[in-house]
Design a protein. Structure first.
Lengths: 392, 430
């Protein structure tokens, strides 16, 4: 029996001068500790520049209103000696989906462009890297063992930090479609495309990326994500109708070369805001999205630890898989990050190759040096991570 | 030790510590939850997990802000005399039919929740005035709490804004579109029935208008009767403008709406006691706010330690028949810790994913109704407690639950039937 008087007890416990001072002191200590811990997430890990990087810039160069804000982020350009098509790879649109972030980082560190241009944004929603979602208990970072030591990567949130964009409306009205979504989606970068220059921070970031696609004449956008294992849209390439030929050819080749399932999912025509829909509708680019399965995202997961993110092993998922509840193959090996990154890189490599083949100008973009599916599975992610301050 | 056994031990330790602290040591539930969370983290090998206890406390930050600002608004409006004028007019206009007045009061209760998607915000915005009229009509306080809490539940389910349905829709990559018809059918008839079930037997066939009016005397705000309505209208108008012109009117959120309403109410008050009013309001609402912060902390630790995963995987791996039973019983009961949004998020999405063969809009609408009931489940019982707060009811919450039992169980049955027969009900989608 729950009595209202219990609330009185709470108040009584907090009342009285000595009690107040004690509680205030305790709270100050806790807040100081919390502030110190949480502010640590604002320190970005430096992305070492591979020898293929010809220059770096900021997203705000495409939308100056973003300059100095928490939404501004680093852009890496890898340009070939011959002009050609331009491809954009996005990681960290959702910072709690690490295979995309790590894969984008490995592109910056390893790719060599011979013809055309590759642009990479590893931390697309920079603000969302600066905190973790209350209630989700995710680690603030995870560590990858490398040939030279350990590299730490931050594990952020799906949504823009509410400190940078507050408050959420009751209902998020997508611009310009007018589609309604739950209010917190107003901070979801992958529900904000093509963006709004007069909107909130997240819509401004989406707008800057859309402007980049337009101004750079980008022909292909590859957005690397992860999904829950119980989500049917996983292990897949989401493709708008205009990119169907490209995605179908890539998917067939990938299934053959990796011996892994690669589903082709049509981009919903009436669900707006996602990169593949927003950028395809608003620009001339073909925008596709790849999803791998992240065990640290779904509800049936066991303890939420760094180990779960990196090794992907969990007894509860094995149970869920045995009951046919998962949409990804889940063996006793789990779903290690290494495997998920290998898929992302294989997918990006194949999409770029098929895009080049379909180009009217022939080999319009040639990118080499992307770690292969087999090599990442054999040698691990760490083998391809450069030491900070060290350039190959 | 296997992961399952270790997680079960963690869950048992959390439960045990909660029971010891609340029953033996007689601490409030909020402290019981915090100590339970602390113990769970230690047993799970996560140490004191201070970062998680603090971070989890922010899970319901928005709701806490709305509760505080809406309470201040209602208190200022009430002190200005505006509430009295509103209640007098309501009695004058509709006292000729007590049953109709009951149903209209239920719809008045539901309206702010339907517009904001938040039952708590609705209780804080309209609960006091509805309670005042119900009291004059002769309803016992426990029935008034039940009436208001059920209004909040049916209001948060009603269209156009149903946050649980939006959460589930987002979780299964489905646009929040086509829900108006199913949600209207789910909410309005049940709301009207609940009003009569809870209140009808306590009122006579007719009401004595003059006697009722004589009990509602007091201060009149600046600008007289017109001034009484300005604060409430300002809140409602801003809410409507946000919804009607989303691209042109700033989306300021419920917290700011109630802050603006409070400023308007204070400006129209002849005797302004702003600081005292805010202080007393904060003092009254701190219990609910502490509880919400503690719930956030314990949910975060449950997630950290795998307890949440164990509960979810056990639920969704059940056979179909058992799945419906769990939907009917487990989803509302999960609100004891998770609340409505948490229940929709943690269990609603997996339920919906396990039932994808059915019409997803109808099934989601049904699940959202059941998830709505989760806000009444003790010990959290967010909207139940918020209703107790505005009614100033100090009795047992179990007595309130008895008054809500029939309409709540009816809603649970209707919601479950919506899910079971979702494909046959697809004609409800407008």
């Amino acid at each position: 029996m729950i009595r209202h008087t219990e609330e009185k007890k709470t108040k009584a416990l907090l009342s009285g001068r000595a009690g107040s001072i004690l509680v205030a002191a305790g709270l100050i200590a806790l807040f100081a500790y919390a502030a110190f811990t949480f502010l640590g997430m604002r320190n970005f890990e430096a992305v070492p520049l591979g020898s293929g990087v010809t220059r770096t810039g900021l997203l705000s160069e495409y939308f100056p209103a973003l300059k100095g804000s928490a939404g501004d982020t680093e852009v890496f350009y890898l340009e070939g000696s011959e002009p050609g098509e331009t491809v954009l790879c996005l990681g960290g649109v959702h910072p709690n989906e690490p295979s995309g972030v790590v894969a984008a980082t490995l592109l910056v560190e390893n790719a060599q462009v011979k013809t055309g241009k590759l642009i990479v944004v590893p931390h697309s929603n920079a603000s969302a890297f600066s905190y973790s979602t209350p209630g989700e208990a995710t680690p603030m970072s995870f560590t990858i063992k490398t040939d030279w030591g350990e590299q730490e990567f931050r594990y952020g949130s799906r949504l823009t930090n509410p400190i940078h964009q507050f408050p959420d409306p009751d209902v998020y009205v997508h611009y310009p479609s007018g589609q309604l979504m739950s209010g917190n989606e107003t901070r979801n970068l992958d529900r904000s495309f093509p963006g709004n220059p007069k909107g909130g921070l997240t819509e401004k970031v989406a707008y800057a990326i859309t402007e980049m696609v337009k101004k750079e004449g980008i022909g292909l956008v590859i957005d690397m994500h992860e999904a829950r294992l119980m989500n049917p849209i996983v292990n897949c390439i989401i493709t708008p109708e205009r990119a169907l030929t490209l995605s179908s050819l890539a998917q067939m080749d990938l299934e053959s070369s990796t011996k892994e399932p690669w589903h082709l999912e049509p981009s919903p025509t009436k669900m707006f805001g996602m990169t593949h829909r927003g950028l395809t509708d608003a620009t001339d680019a073909l925008a596709v999205l790849m999803e791998t399965g992240n065990p640290a995202m779904d509800y049936p997961r066991g303890p939420t630890t760094e180990k779960l993110i990196v090794e992907g092993k969990d007894e509860f998922y094995a149970l869920a898989a045995s009951r046919g509840l998962l949409y990804v193959p889940y063996s006793e090996k789990g779903l290690p990050l290494q495997h998920r990154v290998a898929r992302q890189l294989a997918g990006a490599d194949k999409l770029i190759r098929v895009f080049a083949e379909l180009s009217e100008t022939g080999d319009s973009i040639v990118v080499e040096g992307i770690p292969s599916y087999e090599d990442v599975e054999t040698y691990g992610i760490g083998h391809f991570i450069l030491k900070p301050q060290q350039e190959r | 030790m296997s992961q399952t056994v270790h997680t079960l031990l963690t869950l048992a330790s959390m439960f045990l510590v909660f029971i010891i602290t609340t029953r033996t040591l007689k601490l409030p539930p909020a402290f019981g939850m915090l100590f339970g969370a602390l113990c769970g983290a230690i047993v799970a090998g996560q140490g004191i997990a201070l970062r998680h206890l603090i971070e989890g406390g922010f899970m319901y930050f928005d709701v806490v802000m709305v509760i505080i600002t809406a309470s201040i608004f209602m208190r200022l409006w009430s002190k200005s005399g505006g509430l009295n004028v509103f209640v007098r007019d309501l009695i004058r206009w509709f006292s000729w039919s007590p049953s109709l007045l009951l149903i209209l009061l239920m719809f008045v209760m539901m309206l702010p929740a339907a517009l904001t998607g938040s039952g708590t915000a609705a209780i804080m915005a309209a609960g006091s005035l509805v309670a005042t009229v119900l009291e004059k009509m002769g309803l016992p306080k426990k029935n008034i709490v039940g009436f208001i809490a059920m209004g909040a539940v049916f209001g948060l389910v009603a269209p156009p804004i149903n946050i649980p349905a939006m959460i589930i829709s987002t979780g299964i990559n489905m646009p929040y579109d086509g829900f108006f018809g199913p949600l209207l059918i789910l909410s309005l008839p049940l709301g009207a029935a609940a009003a009569l079930l809870i209140g009808r037997k306590h009122i006579g066939k007719s009401l004595n208008t003059s006697v009722l009016l004589s009990t509602v005397q007091g201060e009149t705000p600046r600008l007289g009767s017109f001034g009484a309505y300005i604060p409430l209208l300002s809140v409602i108008v801003i809410m409507i403008l946000q919804r009607a012109f989303p691209r042109h009117f700033p989306q300021i959120g419920n917290t700011m709406v109630f802050v603006i309403g409070s400023i308007v109410a204070a400006a129209l008050s002849k005797k302004l006691m702003l600081i005292d009013t805010i202080r007393s309001t904060l003092s009254d609402s701190i219990g609910v706010c502490c509880l919400l912060i503690a719930v956030g902390s314990i949910v975060q630790v449950m997630t950290l330690t795998g307890v949440r995963g164990l509960l979810v995987v056990t639920t969704i791996s059940a056979p179909l028949t058992l799945l419906f039973v769990l939907l009917f019983l487990g989803l509302p009961l999960s609100g004891c810790v998770l609340g409505t949004y948490g229940a929709a998020s943690v269990f609603g999405i997996p339920f919906m994913l396990a039932l994808l063969g059915r019409n997803p809009i109808i099934a989601t609408a049904g699940i959202s109704l059941i998830a709505g009931l989760a806000t009444l489940t003790p010990p959290t019982a967010l909207d139940g407690r918020a209703a107790m707060l505005v009614v100033k009811y100090e009795g047992s919450y179990s007595e309130v639950l008895k008054t809500m039992a029939v309409p709540a169980i009816a809603a649970d049955i209707v919601g479950t039937l919506f899910v079971i027969f979702a494909s046959s009900l697809s004609w409800l989608i407008l």
